[in-house]
Design a protein around this ligand. Structure first.
Ligand SMILES: [Zn+2]
Length: 283
């Protein structure tokens, strides 16, 4: 008997659905709990359409963290690419490197798309990988509770470099701490690939999980500290000037600084003139 599933595209044979599902799962076909599905049953996008993002924009860490706000990701998986390594990056070939990984993952590994949600380059910029809605192809194998590592709540990052032997750039490291702080600050968890799969050194022997986590925790704590400028905002309030927003790190332009200084000195001059008038009246 052939089971059929009614999808947006009409009837689909169960076998066809299984083919689609298998292609999304990491290492499907290797030994897994389910011979057919391999490691875990992935979630299909709601409309049944798997779109490969064709976006070669570069993003900052703040933009990536902002995007995460729209998704329910509670677990960060950290990897290094190993190959390409840092020598393969020439400062301009973000797109080529990302696309070559995508090509390898789709055509050699048989994944539905590039494995990771984002790729970080040695210059600290990010490129998008697969749709954030999809499971990543992060790690084969299972958690202690028997469920696969790849889950809808996992967010996977690949960092370009071979950190068994290469030194991660400072900007990459800082970004990785920022990203980690987003997860830990929201009660989430972080795994290195080598914790999920003991046969891997990924994200590299040079990265120590405990050291990294300490930096993440320090950042979460400092994020929870009041901003240094809060005292000034409070002082202004005491002087009768209430500023309703708290965007402490927004920039001020030179033009705005001229206007601000002009107004402050106006006020200062008005007060001096007022004092002078009062003195004159008393005399
Ligand atoms: Zn890895």
């Amino acid at each position: 008997m052939i089971a059929v599933i009614l999808s947006k595209y009409g009837m689909m044979a169960q076998n066809k659905i299984k083919d689609v599902l298998k292609s999304i799962v990491i290492d499907a076909g290797e030994k897994g709990h389910d011979e057919e599905f391999g490691y875990g049953v992935p979630k299909l996008p709601e409309d049944g359409v798997i779109t490969i993002l064709e976006n070669s924009e570069l993003y900052t860490i703040d933009e990536i963290v902002n995007m995460l706000g729209d998704y329910d990701k509670t677990e960060l998986h950290i990897h290094h690419t190993w190959k390409p390594d840092m020598n393969d990056f020439n400062g301009n070939n973000h797109k080529e490197l990302n696309e070559s990984m995508r090509n390898y993952h789709i055509n050699t590994r048989g994944f539905i798309d590039i494995a990771q949600h984002v790729t970080q380059f040695p210059d600290g910029s990010f490129m998008l990988g697969r749709d954030f809605e999809l499971y990543p192809n992060s790690s084969s194998g299972y958690r202690d509770n028997g469920t696969p590592w790849n889950q809808p709540y996992v967010f996977m990052i690949e960092n370009v470099g071979n950190f068994d032997s290469e030194e991660m750039t400072k900007v990459m490291r800082n970004n990785l701490v920022k990203l980690g702080a987003y997860f830990v600050g929201n009660g989430g968890t972080i795994y290195f690939h080598n914790q999920m799969d003991k046969s891997k050194s990924c994200p590299g022997d040079k990265l120590d999980y405990n050291e990294y986590m300490q930096e993440v925790i320090n950042m979460v704590e400092s994020n929870n500290q009041p901003h240094w400028a809060k005292v000034h905002r409070d002082n202004l309030k005491a002087k009768g000037i209430t500023i309703h927003e708290e965007r402490y790190n927004d920039y001020i332009t030179r033009g705005e600084m001229f206007a601000l200084n002009d107004r402050i000195t106006d006020d200062y001059i008005n007060r001096i003139e007022e004092l002078q008038r009062q003195l004159d009246e008393k005399q």
